[in-house]
Ligand binder design. Structure first.
Ligand code: NAD
Length: 368
């Protein structure tokens, strides 16, 4: 009897509700074809949860997340909830899940599919063959540091956020980077602003110390402003990019655009909760895209590729993950495009149709 994997599914808001169903269908098909069982439990988070329960992360959804073997998430947020205090905004659901599940390592692969070389705004020779992985620290830094807030000041106000990293936080994310690099091209670029920020001077020192245990991996350091420039100038120089929460957030969006669209980039968030249980959550790197929500034009590929990462990293189903990636590549090779990755004059299809084409392609792949 094959093992049954429990997957908590949180579509969230905006296009989250459109991109999750195709990814769930892909997982269902993979389960049927490979004889594994996936049990899906769907919960409400973000703005939808604020509307129903008055809180972005209801206890019931948190319980669902804690009971699952892995989590598949769409996106949260939207203009409807923008005026609310930070402590109860939709985005708090994400920070709450990351914090409660101890998801400290965010893996964001940015790989250019050959068929999309013309979808990128950069020249073919600059991006062809690009394959990098951003490893972003996810539970520390300025998104969580205290003090924070806005307070009265000198007749006006002042806003405060604090960038904090401790040695153990840097050690554990650096280990993830060096270990992951061993399965790739064995080079880590650690990104900081050590010339100005003491906290990242510590980051640089600790990463260099951890590196001593990984002599088979090369390490270089780069300032974040230079890295933002180098990503556009010569992205192929990078293998693993290791960086802080804030810098990783920004650089991975930049890396996403190199691949043609933010709608192409999956992510995995990994860690260990307070009880020592290993946890993982998979989601596209983009947000809820309110500007295109409800129009069946969002690209579901980032979410489908996130489901592939789940198969590989949470369930050890390497062949199955590769099949999903091959199906995506096959559909792109066939010329199918959602609007965000369509070149001039190309026929475009919607979210549901793209999901269907990927499912059809999966069903025809000979090596399944
Ligand atoms: P966004 O990523 O939602 O959208 C940025 C741009 O990319 C938009 O033009 C959008 O149409 C486009 N886009 C995004 N995903 C796409 C897809 N799959 N297919 C085609 N085009 C796509 O970022 P934003 O506009 O800055 O934020 C919108 C909301 O999402 C905000 O409330 C923000 O806080 C939230 N957000 C949530 C997450 C998350 O849930 N992980 C991440 C980022 C932003």
């Amino acid at each position: 009897m094959s093992r049954c994997y429990k997957i908590a599914v949180f579509p969230g808001d905006g296009i989250g509700c459109e991109i999750i169903p195709p990814a769930v269908s892909v997982l269902e098909l993979m389960g049927k074809r490979f004889g594994c069982q996936f049990a899906f439990d769907e919960g409400v988070i973000g703005g939808a949860a604020i509307d129903c329960f008055g809180t972005p992360l209801p206890e019931e959804s948190l319980r669902m997340a804690l009971n699952a073997d892995a989590i598949l998430l769409g996106a949260v947020g939207g203009p409807k909830w923008e005026g609310m205090p930070y402590a109860v905004r939709p985005e708090r659901a994400l920070l709450g899940l990351r914090e409660r599940l101890g998801l400290y390592a965010n893996l964001r692969p940015a790989r250019l599919f050959p068929a999309l070389v013309n979808a990128s705004t950069l020249k073919r020779e600059v991006i062809e063959g690009m394959d990098l992985l951003v490893i972003r620290e996810l539970t520390g830094g300025i998104y969580f540091g205290k003090p924070r807030g806005v307070e009265p000041y000198d007749g006006g106000e002042r806003g405060i956020n604090t960038e904090v990293y401790t040695t153990p936080e840097i050690v554990r994310i650096a280990k993830v980077a060096f270990e992951t690099a061993r399965g790739r091209r064995r080079h880590v670029t650690s990104v900081d602003k050590a010339n100005v920020l003491e906290v990242t001077e510590l980051w640089r020192r600790v990463v260099s110390d951890v590196h001593k245990d990984y002599p088979d991996v090369t390490l270089s350091h780069m300032y974040v402003d230079n890295c933002a420039m180098q990503l556009i100038r010569n992205p192929k120089q990078f293998d693993v990019l290791l960086t802080t929460n804030l810098f990783g957030d920004i650089l991975s969006d930049e890396a996403a655009m190199l691949t043609g669209s933010i709608g192409m980039l999956p992510s995995a968030s990994m860690g260990t909760d307070a009880t020592g249980v290993r946890r993982a959550m998979y989601e596209p790197i983009h947000g809820s895209a309110p500007d295109i929500a409800g129009r069946d034009i969002a690209n579901p590929i980032a979410t489908i590729l996130s489901a592939a990462m789940m198969l590989r990293l949470s369930f050890g189903l390497e062949n199955e993950a590769t099949c999903v990636e091959s199906a995506v590549m096959g559909v792109l090779d066939d010329g199918c495009r959602t609007a965000d990755i369509a070149s001039n004059g190309m026929q475009t299809i919607g979210t549901k149709a793209m999901g269907r084409r990927i499912i059809e392609k999966l069903a025809t792949l000979g090596h399944l």
